[in-house]
Write a protein that binds this ligand. Structure first.
Ligand SMILES: NC(=O)c1ccc[n+]([C@@H]2O[C@H](COP(=O)([O-])OP(=O)(O)OC[C@H]3O[C@@H](n4cnc5c(N)ncnc54)[C@H](OP(=O)(O)O)[C@@H]3O)[C@@H](O)[C@H]2O)c1
Length: 286
């Protein structure tokens, strides 16, 4: 698997498997299938309620801990100095490991400074190999990086052919933050899996729309974690390292950028209020 070097020198697989919206009772089977077809990086979160399933699957796989890259995220109900540390301990227990490869702050709301200070402490003590954020757009990212000791190494944001994040990437590049895509297949929105431009490029290379879109992200230097509950699609999505998009393909896909989210506006006041309600999604760690 191709890797991307983070600012602290850690090599992270450029492609992994995401488990958002996979119910807790299905997660172990899905992650076992994903490891079986060759994924070695798993992306979960406290707010997906399935960290235990990830932990059971990698433990049973027989794969050495150092050959797996585990990513999880702190939910906003666990933000704040001391509280975030308790939640890191809880995630470690659920994932059945004594270190996490990459831990992110999931959202730019609530006490993100206190939370990030705990990430820094846990990083320094070796519980976390790398730290970063998710859904931090330039305003929040610049602010956090300027006020914390260690700049976020990764920022996981919605990134796909219809929302390419070119402007946000300029700020990430300045700070030394690597971009990681969530929703690399746009969760199928915008007629994604039948989109004519992508289907045409796919026909040329004998690849599916999903494979073209994921390959485009890989060639654009983005870390990706597509989700599928189906083993055959997990394998299909991983099978993108035997072809290359040419300059014409890349410019045709560049034209698809709508420069806006298909999901959520983190700057909208109503959405901020919604997040305050979503604090209760995860019980604070004890
Ligand atoms: N940080 C955040 O706020 C945030 C937000 C969202 C997601 N994420 C992370 O990013 C990961 C990926 O994003 P996502 O799950 O939202 O969406 P996604 O990977 O863009 O799309 C997943 C959807 O595409 C379908 N699919 C997958 N491969 C396919 C294929 N080859 N052909 C046809 N359909 C296919 C899946 O259906 P089936 O399962 O039925 O195959 C599922 O409905 C998540 O799992 C999570 O780890 C993070």
């Amino acid at each position: 698997m191709q890797t991307i070097k983070l600012s602290n020198g850690v090599e992270m697989p450029q492609m992994g498997y995401g488990v958002y919206q996979i119910p807790p009772e299905e997660c172990e089977r899905c992650v076992s299938d994903a490891l079986n077809v060759g994924y070695r990086m798993i992306d979960t979160a406290q707010a997906y309620w399935n960290e235990e399933g990830v932990g059971r699957a990698w433990k049973k796989s027989g794969i050495r801990r150092e050959d797996i890259f585990l990513v999880t995220k702190v939910w906003i109900s666990n933000y704040g100095e001391g509280q975030t540390m308790k939640s890191i301990e809880e995630s470690l227990r659920k994932l059945q490991t004594d270190y996490i490869d990459l831990m992110l702050l999931h959202q730019p709301f609530c006490d993100r400074y206190g939370a990030y200070r705990d990430l820094e402490k846990a990083y320094k003590s070796g519980k976390l190999r790398a730290i970063g954020v998710s859904n931090f757009y330039p305003d929040h990212l610049v602010d956090l990086a300027a006020n914390m000791e260690i700049a976020p190494m990764v920022n996981q944001v919605e990134t796909h052919v219809f929302n390419q994040q070119l402007e946000a990437r300029k700020y990430m590049d300045e700070i030394g933050t690597r971009i990681m895509s969530w929703g690399p297949l746009a969760e199928g929105k915008n007629n994604f899996f039948h989109y004519p431009t992508l289907a045409g490029i796919g026909a040329k290379h004998n690849k599916s729309v999903a494979q073209v879109a994921l390959r485009w992200l890989i060639q654009s230097g983005v870390i990706i974690i597509p989700k599928s509950s189906r083993k055959e699609r997990m394998a299909e999505n991983l099978n993108i390292f035997d072809f290359e998009l040419d300059a014409d393909d890349m410019s045709a896909i560049a034209m698809l950028d709508e420069k806006r989210s298909l999901f959520i506006d983190h700057h909208d006041g109503q959405m901020a209020k919604q997040f305050m309600d979503w604090r209760s999604l995860v019980k604070p760690a004890q």
